[in-house]
Design a protein around this ligand. Structure first.
Ligand code: LRH
Ligand code: MN
Ligand code: MN
Length: 402
């Protein structure tokens, strides 16, 4: 890479980028390959995955193209509808496709019994069903050797006065405490938050403060999961990330982008600077602080091709992570301490504006990866092939294990 700063600097920067890329992994979601859409409709794609095997095949393809996504997040009801009984089949898929199971996502929002909530439901019987599902998910995670059980609780209410917000806190604490007690020594429980949708008056875990408090009350292996799409407009997400790092409570991310609400757009498509700012907080943390942070993608591609969108997302994440690695942390700290505002800001944003793509291409070539993953995907004919093979089954969004 040639820069106006001279060759020495360019080499140092290239070395930083290579080191960042060598250490960067981002998990892909099984549901990002399936025919998901918006609540108003789905535009069925002939090549979308309908079986768990097809999701593994797609994830393996993304990993082969990018070298950065060796794990796939699984949603229990969608990918293991038989629960623990499906574990041997999943292990066989891991072996066949060279992709490991990542985060295990219990599904506490789909079944009709959860109409008034799952772990915060006023009915002790329903809370017990929800707890059992989380415990089953913990066992699935243990059997697959996967680290994280990711909990997104869709519970809430639509009208003021219709539910006791406080009693529901107690119920959630009770269930999460029991679930935490079942975790193996290497497992974690990640608590995700979201301000609204599907509940439109109050959501039981609406923000990072509530998620943090519930994680803390559950136990030391519970951490907070930050889904970038789950914030109000204008929220300073990198500040939340900084706080969670400071407190040792950042478990991981669900990355996606948004313009209005939980839009689930491909990451970096609307505001790449935001993701850069988040990655800066990670880059400025100590290796110990950042070693267990799970980077996951959580997106739904209704219009873009599933495979193309996923490859584009991983590539964008790699590029933005590489950019953040270029910030001279020592120099920035000095400038911050001296309140040299313009210089500090320029030190920060110069890294953002650097075109890292030539070095990223060199890194890909050196790691025997395609230099242009999106083009390689197009040239491979993979999408056309799976469209031919899967097309006839893709008449509905049913996603089942086969
Ligand atoms: C909820 C959410 C959560 C679910 C996923 C499908 O909006 O972000 O993480 O598990 O979408
Ligand atoms: Mn999410
Ligand atoms: Mn979401």
């Amino acid at each position: 890479m040639t820069t106006s700063n001279g060759t020495g600097t360019a080499e140092r920067e290239a070395a930083k980028i290579w080191a960042a890329l060598d250490g960067f992994r981002i998990e892909v979601p099984s549901w990002g390959f399936a025919n998901t859409g918006t609540r108003f409709g789905k535009f069925i794609q002939g090549g979308a995955a309908t079986t768990t095997e097809e999701k593994f095949a797609d994830a393996a393809q993304v990993n082969a193209l990018t070298g950065a996504s060796p794990t796939i997040a699984l949603h229990v009801l969608w990918d293991l509808p038989g629960g623990k009984a499906d574990v041997p089949a999943i292990k066989a898929l891991e072996k066949k496709y060279g992709v490991k199971s990542g985060g295990i996502n219990p599904n506490l929002f789909q079944n009709s019994e959860y109409k008034f909530g799952s772990i915060a439901n006023p009915s002790a019987e329903i809370r017990e069903i929800a707890l059992q599902h989380v415990l089953d998910s913990v066992e699935i995670g243990k059997a697959l050797g996967s680290k994280d059980v990711s909990l997104w609780i869709a519970d809430g209410s639509n009208y003021p006065g219709t539910q006791s917000i406080r009693r529901r806190i107690e119920w959630m604490q009770e269930v999460l405490g029991k679930a935490h007690a079942a975790l193996g020594p290497d497992q974690r429980m990640l608590v995700e938050y979201k301000p609204f949708e599907p509940a439109f008056y109050h959501t039981d875990i609406a923000d990072w403060g509530m998620a943090l408090e519930l994680a803390r009350s559950a136990g030391p292996q519970a951490k907070v999961l930050v889904d970038t799409g789950h914030h109000y407009q204008g929220t300073n997400i990198e500040q939340i990330v900084a706080w969670l790092l400071q407190l040792g409570q950042l478990g991981g991310f669900h990355f996606n982008d948004r313009k209005y609400a939980d839009d689930d757009l491909t990451l970096g498509s609307i505001d790449p600077y935001q993701l850069f700012r988040i990655f800066h907080e990670i880059a400025s943390a100590t290796p110990e602080e950042r070693k267990d942070i799970a980077f996951m993608i959580d997106q739904s591609h209704n219009l873009k091709g599933k495979m193309e969108a996923m490859v584009q997302s991983v590539v964008t994440a790699q590029e933005l992570y590489a950019k953040a690695s270029l910030i001279d942390q020592e120099k920035l700290a000095e400038l911050q301490d001296a309140c040299r505002l313009i210089e500090a800001e320029e030190c920060f944003r110069t890294a953002f504006w650097q075109d890292v793509r030539p070095v990223v291409r060199e890194w890909r070539a050196a790691r025997a990866l395609p230099v242009d993953p999106l083009k390689a995907l197009a040239d491979s004919g993979y999408v056309e092939k799976v469209t031919r093979e899967r097309g006839s089954r893709n008449t509905s969004s049913v996603s089942s294990y086969a």
